[in-house]
Design a protein around this ligand. Structure first.
Ligand code: FPP
Length: 290
């Protein structure tokens, strides 16, 4: 099928970008740091929360486009552990917005065979949010299409600490006197166990930082930073980022176009078991509680 049949272009710019896109070389896992909602609102003399509302619309468009293109996995950084430092009213608004989003969009997500997963310290979230995300994961658990991963109350260093503690618990629980963790073992104890590592990381609004996002997993990711503020990140901007990604030569520390040997998740097949992701997340949560 032609790109323009998979994704009906809404304008000439989208049509031109779709022409350039190679559907066989899409990222296996696209991760996005959605930044700039506040600045978008400030530039319009609107309250910050108006920027977050507009940000949800942009997220919706990116989710839909990735699902139509059959990108196997999309991760959105929705709320970091550090975001609790924001004014209480803004934090409450963000939580409400997520719950509204789930209530409104879950039927469409489900209908489109998308599987929803959440990564982060979910046990520290307000009870209503915890319930809604558990429902969303349960309802979409059998879906086999795109995996939509929402990083919520997420921090990359916290994820690594949780993984190390889960491994220590395993050592204690089994009375092991020796234990050797290799890269594969560590990957399997992360919240993202079973998911491929991101091969493209997009950050909007121009900041050249990774902000504690998927620190282990982005070891070999291509990074694409755009000045566009998140609410303005349209389908065309996404296609532009993917076209740019497809022009890059990925060497994984080697000399040519070889695939890497290092991290266990390189080139993981799109269908690799997410059951493992959920199990690992549960294991980590259990060990933190214990
Ligand atoms: C950053 O803008 C964005 C966030 C804190 C995340 C909020 C994301 C959304 C509302 C999108 C919705 C996502 C889903 C999954 C429904 P900022 O406030 O840091 O902007 P600034 O840097 O300009 O202040």
């Amino acid at each position: 099928m032609k790109n323009s049949e998979i994704l009906k272009p809404a304008n000439r710019e989208e049509a031109e970008l779709l022409e350039k896109l190679d559907p066989k070389r899409l990222p296996n896992h696209l991760a996005v740091i959605m930044d700039g909602n506040g600045r978008w609102a400030e530039r319009r003399h609107l309250p910050r929360i108006a920027g977050h509302r507009a940000g949800v619309k942009a997220a919706r468009a990116v989710i839909e486009t990735c699902a139509r293109l059959s990108v196997p996995c999309l991760t959105l950084y929705a709320f970091s552990l550090e975001n609790w430092r924001r004014p209480r009213a803004e934090v409450d608004f963000l939580m409400r917005l997520l719950r509204e989003y789930l209530k409104r969009e879950l039927p469409t997500i489900h209908k489109n065979n998308i599987r929803m997963l959440f990564i982060g310290r979910s046990e520290e979230l307000p009870e209503g949010v915890r319930k809604d995300i558990a429902d969303a994961m349960r309802e979409t658990a059998r879906n086999t299409g795109m995996k939509l991963v929402v990083a919520l109350n997420y921090g990359g260093r916290a994820e690594l600490a949780d993984a190390f503690n889960a491994m220590l618990d395993h050592v204690r629980a089994n009375g092991l006197s020796a234990f050797h963790a290799d890269e594969q073992t560590i990957s399997e104890h992360l919240y993202t166990a079973g998911l491929p590592d991101p091969d493209l990381l997009i950050r909007t609004s121009g900041e050249m930082r990774v902000s504690n996002f998927l620190l282990w997993q982005i070891a070999y990711a291509e990074i694409y930073v755009t000045e566009t503020l998140w609410p303005d990140f349209s389908r065309a901007r996404l296609l532009e980022a993917i076209v740019d990604f497809q022009k890059r030569e990925r060497r994984y520390g080697g000399l040519g176009s070889e695939r890497g040997r290092g991290s266990s998740n390189h080139g993981a097949s799109p269908g690799s078991s997410v059951a493992r992701a959920t199990e690992a997340a549960e294991r980590v949560t259990r060990s933190r509680r214990g």
